[in-house]
Every structure is written in structure tokens, then in C-alpha cells.
Write a protein that binds this ligand. Sequence first.
Ligand code: B12
Ligand code: SF4
Length: 441
Amino acid sequence: MITKEVLLINPPMWSPAAHASFNALCPPLGLGYLAASLLREGASVEILDLSVSDDPTEDLKAALARCSPRIIGITTVTQNWFLAQLIARQARQTCSEAFLITGGPHVSYLWKEVLSDGVFDAVALFEAEQTIAELYRRIRDGKLDFHEIAGLALHNGHAPFLTKARPLEKQLDSIPYPARQLLPMSRYGRPGTIMTSRGCPMKCIFCISSTYEGSYRPRSAENVLAELCELRRVWGIREAYLIDNVFTVNRERVHTICAGMLREKLDMQFNCVSRADLVTEELVRCLKAAGCIRIEIGVESGVQEIIDKLEKHIEVEQVARAADIVLAAGITPMFTFQIGSPFETPESLEQTHRLAASLRAKGAVTFFSTMTPFPGTPLVERAEKLGVRIHASAWSEYRTSNPIYDTPHMDRNSFRRALFRESVSILQAQSMGAWTAESSS
Ligand code: B12
Ligand code: SF4
């Protein structure tokens, strides 16, 4: 038996079908960061990533028996929270003495409900590298007064309560790189993920970023570059995914990172996220030279009034212009849209459809999902005022392809039909592209 002091678990995908078909799985970087922080404290740690397991039930059973951990940490998002609960119950049965803690966006807002059912000992709120390290030190040293640890929700026997708030880390360079050596890197479709900043300067009403990750905090260009070098040289990554909310907030930093990638001869392609208002010819030229092949840009709606109400702060005209600039540089732009905002009408769906079609006609890629009222978003806080009526009966229904609310103007079935129509249009555009390519060859 190889005992480990800490076992960190990523639940499987939300359904067996999704589990079998999800082919773009990325490493759970959050758990990688927590593990790195624990390793720095001298802890022995195992990460069990059930999202890439062939037999999650058996692998969980085996890991719980093998590790006999003092701390079991389970990460979760809204739609797989029911799986985190199942895993926790099994962990409680097998390792009755272990300290059971969960974290991630869903439980950071719903800590009261989470602790009320008595399975978890604690919830780590928001960013938690320091919190888990402190928890480990205390358990290791037999100091079991956890209420002194900032950033936790605990239960005092009567009711759940919060310890003092933990400020977000200002110096992200002080956080060690994710412990990828503990992850099954060869099993991921997209192993090369890297997060070069946390937070976002914007506060779009459907997004949890502003309340979950706080204001925009970049890592230094040198710190990012060293991790990119590690990805290339240690892990053999040839295609990186910069999963920042918005990579191009600070142009100077982008320039320094790109120049460094060229200087280090990384010979690496990469994908990143920008915004329509930030795209310039100069920025895109620099990204292209360093190996950028795809830029994702959120548009959400084709109607300016809706974009404004979503507090997105972009102009529809900037979207078409961004498409032209990115395409001219030889990079694929991917524009993402969300169907079913509280302000959606049949006419706005039509206008969004036309904008997406015009972008595809230029050669851009489009992606559609449905606006989902995740806990912690301004959208949920304002739901009643906006006339949004949520009909979900389980958190697992909170998927971005599953409309779950009616609005004053439209119902969820109309959103479902609109999403289907857009998916068909995208497929048709793709097959036209293939047909054109074939007939010209
Ligand atoms: C990359 C990514 C993905 C990737 C990979 C996810 C993965 N393997 O980790 C893919 C594409 C698979 C994905 C899928 C989905 N994602 Co996603 N994803 C992200 C993204 C952009 C980055 C995640 C990340 O690595 N963050 C960096 C690390 C450092 O942060 P972290 O994971 O939150 O972890 C920290 C803390 O939360 C905390 N913590 C987290 N877990 C735990 C556990 C313990 C024990 C402790 C102590 C602490 C702790 O400590 C960590 C270190 O500080 C985030 C947005 C974001 N900026 O975070 C969205 C995000 C997490 N995704 C989101 C969503 C909605 C989804 C989907 C549901 C979308 C869909 N298809 O319907 C699916 C769900 C997949 C599933 N697991 O079931 C939402 C979650 C909202 C919510 N309430 O659930 C987010 C927040 C985006 C958003 N702004 O809305 N996603
Ligand atoms: S949607 Fe994008 S730009 Fe808007 S707040 Fe979220 S991460 Fe920032």
C-alpha cells in the first residue's frame, strides 16, 4: 500500500455518454496548483483524475484503499456537483478519519447547503493554494483549530459558518506551477493548458469571473515563459491552450511573452482568448509570429442593445473588424455566442444568426451555447428583476447546451430550437467548406 497524506479528486464527466465522447479533455489545473502548493509543504500527494478514467468507480475504490489519506479534496463545478457528493459519501465510508474538503466555483457560493448535509468537513472558498497548505500544516502538526484558517467554510455542530476572508494572491508568480507530474498527462486530448493570468477587468452579467476570481491579475511575462518552456521541453507540448479569461489585456506583456517564445525557439503553436475591442493588426501580427493559430472572442449577441445590457462593452462593428484583422494575419478567429439572454427576442435571434453566418462566410469559426444562470453571476442576483424564471430541478441540468429558464419574451424550448438551428448552420457551413476544398483540389 502506497499511503499518501492528501488525495485530490477530479470527478468524472457528468454522464457516461459525455464521459465517453468528451475528446478535448484538459488537465484539472486547479488541482495541479493545489498539489504543487502541498508538495512545497513536504506533503505526499496523489491526484486522481476520474475525468479521464476508463472505470471511475473502480479507480476511486482502489485509490481510497491504496492512499489511506489524511485529507481528501474534491474539486467540482455546478454540473458535476452530484458526482462530487457521491464520491464524498464513498470516501467517508472508506476513509472515515480523513478530513473531507471541497472547492471550486459552485461550492464557493453554496457553502451553506454543502455543509448542511454533513458529508464534507469544510469548503475552501475561491482561490485556495494558501488555504490547503495551511490546512495541511495544521493537520500534520495536530493543531485542529481550523477556524483560524482564512478562506474556509466550516460547521460548528449547529450551523455552517465562514472563517475570515482570504485575500486573493496579488503576486501570482509566487504560486508554483501546477504539479503536472502527478497528472496522467498522456491521457488528455489537450494537455498543453496554461493560465497566464487570473480574473478579468470586465464584469459581464452572465459570468462569474468578477466575483470568483476578482480583478485582473497577470503573471509576469518571464514567469509565463518559463512555464511555456517547461510545457515544450519537459512535456513535449506542441500546441498550447492559454486558458486565461482574456489573454490580451496587457499588450506589452503579450509582446514580451511572444518575443520570448521566438527567442527560446519554442516552435509551439498556441490558442488564446481575446476581445473584439482589443484586436489590432499589430497585436495579431505579434501573436502570429509567435505561433498563434486560433483566437477565441466572445460576442454573445448580434444586437448592440443586448450586448450593452449584458455589460459586455464591445461594439458589433468591432466584431466584423476583428474577424478581418485576425483572418488577414492567417489566424482562425472563433467567435462565441450565447443564445437565451434575458433580453432575447425572435428578432434578436435572427440578427445574431445573420451576424454569425456573415462571420462564417469570411472564414471564421462560430460556436453557440446557451446562457446558463450559474451561482455567483450577476445574472442570478438580478434574475427576478429581469423576469428570468429558472425551471431546473437539479444542478446537473446546468449545462451550457441546456436552456433552463424562460424570459419575459421567450421560453426555453424556443432557445433549444434556436441552438439546434445554429448547430445545423455550423455543420452546413463546415460541409460546404469541405465540398469547396474537395472540388478545387
Ligand atoms: C479550462 C476550463 C475548462 C476545461 C477543463 C476543466 C478542467 N479539467 O479543469 C473544460 C473545457 C473541460 C471545461 C468544461 C466545462 N466548464 Co470550464 N472552465 C475552464 C476555465 C477556463 C479554467 C479552469 C482552471 O483551470 N482555472 C484555474 C484554477 C487555478 O482555478 P480553479 O480550477 O477554479 O481552482 C482553484 C479554486 O477554485 C480552488 N479549488 C478548486 N477546486 C478545489 C478543490 C479543493 C479540495 C480545494 C481545497 C480548492 C479547490 O483552488 C484552486 C486553486 O486556487 C474556467 C474559468 C476560470 N477562469 O477558472 C472555466 C469554468 C470552471 N468552467 C465552467 C463551466 C460552466 C464548464 C462546463 C460546465 C461547460 C459545459 N460544457 O457545459 C464544463 C464542465 C465540465 C465538467 N467537469 O463537468 C464555469 C464553471 C461555473 C460553475 N459554477 O460551475 C467556469 C468558472 C467558467 C465561467 N466563467 O463560467 N472547462
Ligand atoms: S465573459 Fe469574458 S470578458 Fe466578460 S467578465 Fe467573463 S471572462 Fe471577462
